[in-house]
Design a protein around this ligand. Structure first.
Ligand code: C2E
Ligand code: MG
Ligand code: MG
Length: 333
């Protein structure tokens, strides 16, 4: 490896190469040559991933590779078999605890493992190219749901359904046409749809993102920056994003005690949102104490287990018709 890492010259430039070696030993008693090469290959990729010059294949690597492969295969089938389902978590006006809409969150109805949350499969969906086709399906389903609730007379005129959009999807060519088509084909008023894009995603390629977001906004779709506070926003960009809402990440809301650092961050984000004329949603409200604190700080909207966990559409519909659902949380006046 030392010999190989020495620089060589190519058209007057110094070029460096590196080597990663994967080793599989015959101790595992392989039946044929393909198998041993496959495992050496897996070890080689592991070496690359972990920046090592060589790695010896072991059983843990084997188990990891098998379960990843299974997940990938199952995910592909999931799309064909329509196993993705949206759950809806209420977005609540903290002033009068009325329901302003829902965040749509994907769940995977796995045939043998049951309901799987996005933390377990989003990354793999991203690396296997399934994210965009999955999201297109979810966007359609969210739009159809919003329209259905309106037609059934359940939804207020101002109902918002908020869908998460990944960074790679946002910079995909044709995203604007895709959204236009979905709105048109599902007969959805664009004002009902909101897209959530994480702070780190919008900052990745800010100039290009501003351009795309402007076009999405021109369609009448609203925009939120998700997980705000975790992504090192450049404040000089923030006011140029054509967004409506900042969502304060739940890591700050969850541990906002009186006078704590996170409490100060929440206070600052609320002030920032007001200065930029944006609305603000606090994520992850779990306790009445947090609810009261946020009201005192002037936070307009919130979401969290205190109000409800994400629910299947049929359960969410019940919340739409129950106007007294959270009145008991309000302080007596
Ligand atoms: P997110 O967009 O920030 O969504 C909020 C997450 O916080 C959800 O987790 C929700 O269940 C959880 N949550 C809400 N209130 C509380 C609370 O009071 N306490 C606690 N501990 N958690 C709470 P979930 O559904 O597991 O989703 C995790 C993340 O996966 C989402 O974070 C989002 O980034 C991503 N995700 C979910 N659905 C989609 C999707 O359809 N497309 C894309 N691109 N990403 C998605
Ligand atoms: Mg979100
Ligand atoms: Mg979030």
């Amino acid at each position: 490896a030392d010999e190989l890492s020495r620089a060589f010259e190519l058209e007057g430039r110094q070029i460096f190469t590196s080597v990663s070696i994967g080793i599989a030993t015959s101790a595992a008693r392989y039946e044929n040559a393909d198998e041993i090469l496959r495992d050496a290959d897996i070890a080689m990729y592991y070496a690359k991933e972990t920046n090592k010059s060589y790695v010896v294949f072991d059983q843990i690597m084997h188990a990891r590779a098998v379960s990843l492969l299974e997940l990938e295969t199952d995910l592909r089938l999931a799309l064909e078999r329509d196993e993705f389902e949206l759950f809806y978590q209420p977005l609540v006006n903290l002033d009068d605890v009325s329901l302003m809409g829902f965040e749509a969150l994907v769940r995977w109805n796995h045939p043998s493992r049951g309901l799987i949350t996005p933390g377990e499969f989003i990354e793999v969906a991203e690396t296997t190219g399934l994210m965009i086709p999955m999201t297109v399906g979810l966007l359609r389903s969210a739009c159809e749901q919003a329209r259905a609730w309106k037609e059934e007379g359940l939804a207020p005129e101002s109902l918002i359904v908020s869908v998460n959009l990944s960074a790679s999807h946002l910079v995909q060519r044709g995203i604007v046409d895709q959204l236009r088509t979905i709105l048109f084909e599902t007969g959805t008023e664009p004002g009902h749809l909101k897209l959530e894009i994480t702070e780190s995603a919008v900052m990745q390629n800010a100039e290009h993102t501003i351009n795309v977001l402007n076009k999405i906004r021109d369609l009448g779709i609203r925009l939120s920056i998700d997980d705000f506070g975790t992504g090192y926003s450049s404040l000089s960009y923030l006011h140029r994003f054509p967004i409506d809402t900042l969502k304060i990440d739940r890591s700050f809301v969850g541990t906002m005690e009186d006078g704590s650092e996170n409490g100060e961050i929440v206070r600052t984000v609320i002030a920032l949102a007001k200065a930029l004329k944006l609305s603000v949603i606090a994520e992850g409200i779990e306790s009445i104490h947090q609810f009261h604190q946020l009201r005192i700080l002037g936070c307009e909207y919130g979401q969290g287990f205190l109000f409800s966990r994400p629910l299947p559409a049929s359960e969410a519909a019940k919340l739409l018709v129950d106007s007294s659902r959270w009145q008991n949380i309000l302080p007596p006046n």
